[in-house]
Each structure stands twice: as C-alpha cells, then as structure tokens.
Design a protein around this ligand. Structure first.
Ligand code: ADP
Length: 344
C-alpha cells in the first residue's frame, strides 16, 4: 500500500479533526473525516474556504493573535475556542497546532481539533455541584458558630440552657455528617465509581427489618404483599432506597397517619412501592423530582429539611440494577414512588 494512502487512512480513522490551513490564503488545504463531522461541512465544501469563515467574529482577534505568536516563537500551542458549524450551531473545541515552514518561510498551520462539549458540560456540572455544596454546608456551620458563641458568652446561665445549645450543636454536626456522606456518594456516582455488589437475599426479610427499625412516629407502616423468593441485588443499596422512600413518605405527609409499603411480583421483576397521603407533587415537579438538588417550591417554603440528593441517589441505585423508578402523584392527595428490580 502506498505510504501516502496509508497515512490518509489512519487520519480518517482518528477521532480528532486533523487539518491544514494555508497561511497566505487562510484556506483549508486538507481535512480528515472527523473534521467533516466536527464542522458539519463535507470535505469538498471546506477545502478552499478561509478558516476565518467558521470562527465566531468576536473570537477571531484571539485566534489571529495566537497564530502570530506561534509564528514568532515557533512553538506549538493548545487553546480552546468555539467554531460555527454548517448548521449555525456553535461547538467548543480544543486546538493544538503548529506552523510548518517552506523555504524558511511560514507556510501552513497543522492543526488537531477536539470537540470538548462533553468536557465543558462536566466542568459546568462540577462548578454547580461545588457551589451548591458550599451553600448547603454554610447553614449548619453558621448555626454551630452561633450556638458556640452563645456558650462562650455564657448567655445561657442555667445548666439546662447550656445543654440545649450543646444539643443544637450536636444536631447540626450530625446534619453535616449526613450531608458529607451524601455528597461523597453523589460524587462517586458522577465519577462512575459507584459499584453495585450483588448477593442473593430475602427481600421480604430485609423489608421486615427496615420496618421494625424505622423510627416510631405518628405514621404506621402498612405492609402489603410478599415476594417469597430471593433476589440478586446489592442488599445495602436496596435497603437505602426503601429507607429513603419511606422517610420521604413520612416527611412529606405531616398530616397523615399511615404509609403503605407494598411488594408485587411481575413476570420477570419485583416492584416495591411506597404510597403516602401527603402533599403530593404537581405534574411539572414529577418530571424533575429525580434531578440532582431538585426540591419543590413547597419544600423550600416549608420547614421540612432536605437537600434534594436522596431521590437522585435512589434513581442511580435502581438504574445500576437495570430497574426503573417512577412517581405517580396527585397534588394535595399523595404520592406513590415505585421501583423495580429484575429477577434474574
Ligand atoms: P430532600 O427530601 O432531601 O429534599 P429528595 O431527593 O429525597 O431530597 O427529594 C427531592 C424533593 O422531592 C423533595 O425536596 C420534595 O420536594 C420532593 N419529594 C420527595 N418525596 C416526596 C413525597 N413523598 N411527597 C411529596 N414530595 C416529595
């Protein structure tokens, strides 16, 4: 196989766009297949086109400056810009390029461009995540500081008053603790480090144990149905999902006195549902309820505490088992959260 042909074949099979631009005419002189995908132009449309046509006008001065710098110092550079695709949409890219010389004169730009849309998306998510964490941690920390100051200034002059402040500090610390472990979990989920460790266990028995250890309050947990066979799943994680759904059911039905926990066997899966008779959710809230940090307007306005992490974690756990989780609800009447686990 002629080496030139082989070389083109290799270039057409790489994922990054590889191109050359003539420095005198500023036109594209070669482009691989990934370059066609990235720009949306066919090779024959782009060859002969000045590269300045696909750079947003406001970024052009920066790009020209980078090229001048490259020529002056003869170094390869890496920088991020956006280009305008054939359909008019913009795509963020990372460019690494170098100048080639002919007869000692700058002749061509040899460039490699990579689509960084996904990377930008992850970076943005991280920024939002970090700012939300900071925000959520601030409240309990401010409260701890305030109670500690009251203790130092000895404003509570009775032993029981002091004890009250210490208890409040303790409460905020356990809140922080819970927050940190939830954040850690979400972080692992986002990094894809989340592992499902399956074992065979008796689901009915686990549900019995959850119900008997659930904090006793005004709600009775009514149990319906039994699976009567073992499931292959991550026991602790499935416990975590059921516990979370039960806690929410109790938390968001302050005026009710029962929640129903049912287990139904379908053909090749088991469905666990938690029904409450509480505040319910509007259709638009139902769509967003499993999003990270999402809390309804009602939860923000009410004194019910939360961070909008629980249902996101539940959904990831259920997905990790190739199951489905959903909510059905009528505002003011109550909600049913159910999830399935395949029976393999
Ligand atoms: P948290 O309860 O800590 O805010 P979750 O992720 O568990 O976080 O829930 C997200 C939001 O979904 C809650 O803030 C609440 O608005 C809503 N929600 C969850 N469960 C219920 C329920 N059973 N009834 C009504 N709203 C619910």
């Amino acid at each position: 196989m002629p080496s030139e042909h082989r070389y083109h074949q290799i270039l057409d099979n790489v994922n990054d766009a590889v191109y050359t631009v003539d420095l005198t005419t500023k036109q594209f002189t070669s482009l691989n297949k990934a370059g066609e995908r990235l720009t949306g132009y066919a090779k024959k449309e782009l060859l002969g086109k000045p590269f300045t046509d696909i750079i947003p006008p406001e970024l052009l001065p920066l790009v020209l400056k980078m090229i001048r710098k490259k020529i002056k110092r003869d170094v390869s550079t890496v920088y991020e810009i956006e280009i305008i695709r054939k359909d008019g949409s913009r795509v963020p890219i990372e460019i690494s390029s170098k100048i080639s010389y002919k007869d000692d004169k700058p002749h061509e730009i040899l460039g490699v461009a990579r689509d960084i849309t996904e990377r930008r998306h992850i970076e943005r998510q991280r920024e939002v995540f970090v700012s939300l964490i900071t925000h959520e941690i601030k409240n309990p920390l401010t409260a701890i500081k305030m109670y500690a100051q009251l203790l130092i200034r000895e404003e509570a002059d009775t032993a029981s008053g002091r004890m009250g402040h210490i208890r409040a500090i303790q409460q905020q610390i356990s809140l922080l603790n819970q927050l940190m472990s939830d954040f850690l979990e979400v972080n692992q989920l986002q990094l894809g480090k989340f592992q499902i460790i399956k074992e065979k266990f008796d689901l009915d028995k686990e549900i019995d144990s959850i119900v008997s250890s659930f904090p006793k309050g005004k709600h009775t947990i009514v149990r319906k149905g039994r699976l009567k066979r073992k499931v292959s799943a991550d026991k602790n994680r499935i416990r975590q999902v059921i516990w979370n759904l039960l806690s929410n059911a109790v938390k968001y039905s302050p005026d009710a006195d029962k929640v129903v926990l049912s287990v139904v066997r379908r053909n090749d899966s088991v469905a666990v549902s938690v029904v409450d008779f509480g505040v319910g959710l509007s259709p638009s809230d139902q769509k967003k309820i499993f999003d990270l940090f999402y809390r309804t307007k009602f939860s923000h306005q009410s004194k019910i505490r939360g961070h909008g992490l629980g249902l996101y974690i539940c959904q990831q756990i259920v997905k990790g088992h190739k199951g489905k989780i959903k909510v059905e609800s009528v505002e003011g009447k109550g909600s049913t959260f159910s999830f399935t686990i395949p029976l393999t």
